[in-house]
Design a protein. Sequence first.
Length: 182
Amino acid sequence: MKIYTKTGDQGLTSLIGGSRVPKYHLRIESYGTVDELNAHIGLIADQDIQPVYKDVLKQIQNRLFTIGAMLAAEPDKSKIIIPDITEGDITLLEEQMDVMNTTLPELKHFILPGGSTAISFCHVARCVCRRAERLVVQLAQESDVDEKVIIYLNRLSDYLFVLARKVAHDQQIAENKWISRI
């Protein structure tokens, strides 16, 4: 199988369902940003972090691939069966945050990204996740998007924030507190 098809050389790409759209189309931006997020999740998983986090991150990567496929499919035109996001996927993120929060100090301040490479990767992924969420919310204004996709991305950005804090805690790195000048 050849990787290059030359079908995108004119700036168009195909959605699952057959339509060709410009590569800057909101649907393409949405699943492209989810793909970018998935790559950042891979960077986090490659760090020296607890195996349990790596296991959850692998599950997240699989769900993000599913979300990408869901976003790449044209509502009402795709004949391909695509997996979906379930309430259980969202619950997993919530449960993992609850477990991590049991050992974290109460959050009483804003936190600046940084402290270690792993912590910074968590914050970068969180920001990309928020961008993906914004794009998908915008897409949902003009097309059908499963609401669980938006909820999952929202919860995932929260998970990545908590993971950043937990990695700092595990590595005994002080949180980088934001101190206002006023």
